[in-house]
Design a protein around this ligand. Structure first.
Ligand code: CAA
Length: 261
């Protein structure tokens, strides 16, 4: 197994890969080395047949307090442009298996953007979200302006990006940015995220991949294109063993035994 310095990878449940961001002294600031490890670990879990879903979490105090400001401070335009700074963050969005963000504490700047890159967000009541980049003389660079618009609409996104004010788990829930706030208590949000991940991991993998792909297509296509895309993928699943098994199991009143083929 690979040695990591900034994350911890574990397998806490049936078919679940858990990645815990682990730079406590910097409130899990997303340094380049951390993100490289995150990309490596997610790609490895994505290719692991034993794994059906991933969870990314931080600590009780911080999911992640943003990109690493100390690392960025002295960079020039030439540095960031030539070296495609943050471009590798996009790799996370190419992972096929569902990723659940379990957010406690600060999810600011890149931390909020990391959560938005995940497929499902669960938050503890203590979660504090925000895009404070405006206070640093920049704007979000990890997808914040684009993904927030889809999640919560233009007016709220403008307000948050231009004032840099933090927002609560309750606000994020009422705006539909996260799927829900879990009950209070240490470790609760991770426990709940693992439960959701186990539920997903217990399904046929091909259908899960197809479902994620089709839902994500809605971000990039018109309604007509998206509906056509959905129907084609739906049709395609009739070529799988899991479709035969799933529908036979229903008719025979038994539990489906997925072969993921
Ligand atoms: N980068 C680097 N280090 C960070 C950090 C960050 N984003 N956030 C926190 N830290 C470090 C602090 O510098 C501090 O380190 P030292 O002990 O060595 O001084 C340590 O973590 C603890 O932080 P604080 O002492 O500040 O803790 P606090 O409880 O007083 O405040 C906080 C917590 C409100 C989250 C505050 O740390 C903060 O405002 N952090 C920065 C948040 C931010 O601006 N994020 C956006 C970054 S830019 C970005 O993300 C760009 C993008 O879109 C990709």
């Amino acid at each position: 197994a690979k040695e990591y310095e900034n994350i911890i990878v574990s397998r806490p449940g049936n078919g679940v890969g858990l990645i815990t961001l682990n730079r406590p002294k910097a409130l899990n600031a997303l340094s380049s080395p951390l993100f490289e490890e995150l990309n490596y670990a997610t790609a490895e879990l994505d290719g692991d047949n034993e794994i059906g879903a991933l969870v990314i979490t931080g600590s009780e105090r911080a999911f992640a307090a943003g990109a690493d400001i100390k690392e960025m401070k002295d960079k020039t335009f030439a540095d960031v442009y030539q070296n495609k700074f943050l471009e590798n963050w996009g790799k996370l969005a190419t992972i096929r298996k569902p990723i659940i963000a379990a957010v406690s504490g600060y999810a600011l700047g890149g931390g909020c953007e990391l959560a938005l890159m995940c497929d499902i967000i669960l938050a503890s009541p203590t979660a504090v979200f925000g895009q404070p980049e405006i206070n640093l003389g920049v704007i979000p660079g990890g997808g914040g302006t684009q993904r927030l618009i889809h999640a919560i609409g233009k007016s709220r996104t403008m307000e948050l990006v231009l004032t840099g004010r933090n927002f609560s788990a309750a606000e994020a829930e009422s705006w539909g940015m996260i799927s829900r706030v879990v009950k209070e208590g240490e470790g609760e949000v991770v426990k709940e995220a693992i439960k959701v991940a186990e539920a997903i991991a217990s399904k046929g993998r091909l259908a899960v991949h197809a479902g994620k792909e089709a839902v994500n297509a809605a971000y990039e296509m018109s309604l007509a294109e998206g509906l056509r895309f959905e129907r084609r993928i739906f049709h395609g699943l009739f070529a799988t063993q899991d479709q035969k098994e799933g529908m036979s199991a229903f008719a025979e009143k038994r539990k489906a035994n997925w072969s993921h083929s």
